[in-house]
Structures are given as C-alpha cells and as structure tokens.
Design a protein around this ligand. Structure first.
Ligand SMILES: *Cc1c(COP(=O)(O)O)cnc(C)c1O
Length: 291
C-alpha cells in the first residue's frame, strides 16, 4: 500500500512511499518528542529523583483515575509486575486464551509469578461472566485458587476490539472481589473508539497497564497504575525484574508528549484502518476482514 507520509507523520517510512503496517509498534517519535527528549530534566529515578518520570507517572495516574502509576520499560514488564503483585504462586489467573499475557510473554506468568492460567474463550475479545463464575466455583472442587482475573482492552487477537463498559462491569462483578488486571496496551484506542473515558474503564479494575510505544508512538515505555500500596509493591517487583532505570526522564519526556498530544490522533489511525479494511473486504469478500 502506498500512502502520503507528510511532515510529522508517525508511520515508519520504508522508502518509495511504502508504509510499514506490520504493527503499531513500528512508529517513529515525532519531532516534538525528540525535542522534549533533548530538553528533558533528569535525575536518578531509582532514588525517585527524576522530575520527568515523576511528572509522567502523575499524569498517567490522573489520566486513568488511579492513585499512583509506575513507568516500566515495556508492556510485558507491566503485565508481569501486575501478576507478581496481585497473584500468588501455585494459584490460577483467569484470562482469555489469546490474550497477550497468556500467549505472547514467553511463558512469563509461570516463570515470573509461578501461576497457571485458566484460559477461557475470548473469541469476541471479551470473557463471559459464566466462564469466570465457573473458574471461581471450580475452586470448591479441588481446583487451585483463583487469585486474579486478566482482561485485554482493546483485544489484539479479536481484531483490536474494545470492551463495552457493560460487559466489563459484568465480568468485573462476576470476579467477586478477586482483583482484575487490565492489559490496556491500547486502552486509549478503546477510549477513542467507544467514547468511554480511560478512567471509566480503569475504575472497573484493580490495575491497568497501557503502552506509550504502540499507536501513541513514543520510542520506549509503558505505564502501570493502581492504588498507592499496590504501586509501591509494583516498584519493588520492577526492581527485582531488573526494570529500575536511572535517568529515564529522557524517554519519559517522549511518553509525556505521547500522553498529552497523541491520543487524539488515534482517531486518524482508526479511520485509515477502517478504510483499508473496507478496500480489502471489497476485493476479498470472504477474507474475514471487517471494515
Ligand atoms: C504489545 C502488547 C503488550 C506488550 O508490550 P511490549 O511493550 O511489546 O512488551 C501487551 N499486551 C498487548 C495486548 C500488546 O499488544
């Protein structure tokens, strides 16, 4: 596919006007991000003395309506830290069978948190209340204890579908007090697509992870947010996993730009993706592509 790559375009150009559509990770930082990185005030974040990291954590926490947030090198680390804080070894985490945390983290759940997944159907990107209830009830019948429920919003393998607020409320309710982690790698895509504010989604869950490095096109980094005490524990887990960073303000500066000025542009991505899907569906009607 060819496309105009105008000034400040965040898609990675491949030459000859080609645009790389393998993933929304193959983006480039904007000129505003590069300037912010060059000018970033920094300190040692392991001592919590990096003002730019502190500003990013505060901005993200406030954006998703949580008490505190933690800057992590990757979305995978955000999910793994959440598993380590909220679940317990030899217990069960209920999640959709195609969720990133189940299939794309190199078995990290078992390795890092000692958990096993009870993987349920997530064909439409959501989990069903009935499946969640079944998993919880199974504990009464010699199944391991369920310590965490994990959902993904938007759900990558279901074609990037967002959760409806009603479905999320229902499933979070069915969790009966068991904590819920939201892998919101693309939470802001969900916000832009549905009009449900990120904070409203996040209010339904215990912790939320979101990537700055996907469609928001920051070069590095993800955020994890939740209550103050949970984030304190998360900070220690991040250190244990080797994710403590020093003058990380250099990359956090790009994250702040991502959060403050790139969310609105996701609507452009959605329009383009929908146009492309429409063209593909027209050409290959049986190809399974929905505009
Ligand atoms: C990309 C992604 C992650 C992990 O992010 P990385 O920064 O690549 O580790 C987690 N969950 C989902 C749904 C993702 O798409």
């Amino acid at each position: 596919m060819t496309a105009a790559t105008g000034a400040g375009d965040t898609l990675a150009p491949m030459g000859d006007g080609l645009v790389d559509l393998r993933s929304d990770t193959v983006t480039r930082p904007t000129p505003e991000m590069r300037r912010a990185m060059a000018d970033a005030e920094v300190g040692d974040d392991v001592y919590r003395e990096d003002p730019t990291v502190n500003a990013l954590e505060a901005a993200f926490a406030s954006r998703v309506g949580k008490q505190a947030a933690l800057f992590v090198p990757s979305g995978t680390m955000g999910n793994q830290v959440a598993l380590r804080v909220l679940s317990e070894p030899a217990s069960v985490v209920v999640a959709g069978r195609r969720q990133h945390v189940v299939v794309h983290e190199h078995g990290g759940g078992g390795r890092n948190a000692g958990i096993q997944f009870h993987a349920v159907s997530d064909d439409d990107g959501t989990l069903s209340e009935a499946d969640v209830r079944w998993a919880l009830d199974a504990t009464e019948h010699h199944h391991p204890r369920v310590t965490l429920l994990a959902v993904e919003n938007t759900h990558m393998h279901a074609g990037g579908r967002p959760w409806s607020l009603e479905a999320l409320r229902a499933v979070a309710g069915a969790a009966r007090g068991v904590p819920v982690h939201m892998d919101g790698a693309r939470l802001f895509n969900a916000e832009v697509a549905t009009g449900v504010p990120a904070a409203t989604y996040a209010a339904q869950v215990t912790t939320v992870m979101s990537c700055l490095s996907k469609g928001l096109c920051a070069p590095v980094g993800s955020m994890l947010a939740g209550d103050e005490d949970i984030m304190e524990a998360a900070r220690a887990e991040r250190a244990r996993m080797g994710g403590g960073m020093r003058q990380a303000g250099v990359i956090a500066a790009a994250g702040l730009v991502a959060l403050n000025s790139m969310v609105a542009r996701l609507a452009e991505d959605h329009r383009r993706a929908s146009r492309l899907a429409g063209a593909v569906a027209e050409r290959w009607p049986d190809g399974g592509c929905e505009p």
